[in-house]
Ligand binder design. Structure first.
Ligand SMILES: Nc1ncnc2c1ncn2[C@@H]1O[C@H](COP(=O)(O)OP(=O)(O)OP(=O)(O)O)[C@@H](O)[C@H]1O
Length: 255
């Protein structure tokens, strides 16, 4: 399933927050969206997954016209791990994850054995088997984040959007979540803040600055000290990590 975002623009009043952004995720790529705070990453993602209405532009998931399709048709294909996961009403962890099955159900259809197995498998995958009956609101930020991922796993989407999925997570779970997502073998578009993790996990990166795409390409081609200095306003040197061989970034003092 491919994602095509075409000339998307979002405005709040007079402020043009996302300006004529086009991007593509094809062939089950893991594509990262990076850029400084406030550059418009979340707004772009929310307009792709229909929480915000764009001023202009189109979004296609393969043949599906996302902005014109109904929510259920989109939810059958697209899973979303958003940035803030607070709830006014309390549910158990199991109930939260069961919500992932809703797009695949008829109006009054209840959960069956297959749903129960998918929910249990999702709980196992994020290491929260023992937490199924806990109240969601009582969980730590990192545990909540993993429940939201488990809900999306139970949803069995063909494409996934993640907005800073490693927020709140310690390094073990940052790596675990990125490994789980990477192994799903579906197209992924994820906003990420950690540039070395973005370089390690992403096949391709889009760099946003002030609402526009400032650069795009393979991580090793575009994550240069010049681009990082220009977009994030920090001085750095890039290097090959001698242990992993991955791209390393040594941050120097802020300019
Ligand atoms: N509903 C809104 N009304 C007015 N301005 C908004 C609204 N939502 C976001 N903005 C503004 O749009 C800009 C982009 O916000 P956005 O959350 O998309 O940035 P971001 O790149 O995801 O930032 P971060 O890395 O901090 O999460 C910010 O200046 C923000 O204050």
């Amino acid at each position: 399933m491919n994602l095509n975002v075409e000339h998307l623009s979002v405005s709040f009043g007079e402020a043009n927050i996302v300006q004529d952004v086009s991007l593509r995720v094809s062939n089950k790529q893991f594509v990262g969206l990076i850029g400084p705070n406030g550059c418009g990453k979340s707004t772009l993602l929310k307009s792709i997954y229909k929480v915000i209405k764009p001023r202009q532009g189109d979004v296609f998931l393969s043949e599906l016209n996302v902005l014109k399709a109904g929510p259920k048709a989109v939810a059958q294909k697209l899973g979303v791990v958003g940035q803030f996961n607070e709830l006014s009403f309390d549910f158990t962890v199991r109930e939260m994850i069961a919500m992932g099955r809703t797009p695949h159900k008829g109006m009054l259809e209840t959960d069956n054995q297959e749903d129960a197995e998918l929910i249990a498998a999702a709980l196992r995958k994020v290491n929260l088997e023992g937490h199924a009956d806990r109240s969601y609101n009582s969980l730590s930020g990192g545990e909540k984040q993993r429940v939201i991922l488990a809900r999306v796993l139970a949803q069995q989407p063909e494409f996934m959007i993640l907005d800073e999925p490693t927020n709140h997570l310690d390094i073990k779970y940052q790596l675990q979540i990125l490994n789980i997502v990477k192994k799903l073998d579906i197209g992924i578009l994820a906003a990420l803040h950690d540039l070395t993790l973005a370089a390690e996990y992403c096949d391709y990166l889009y760099v946003m600055k002030e609402g526009r795409v400032a650069a795009c390409g393979k991580p090793e081609d575009i994550l240069t000290k010049e681009l990082i200095g220009e977009v994030f306003d920090v001085a750095c040197e890039t290097y090959r990590n001698p242990v992993t061989g991955a791209l390393g970034i040594a941050y120097l003092q802020t300019r």
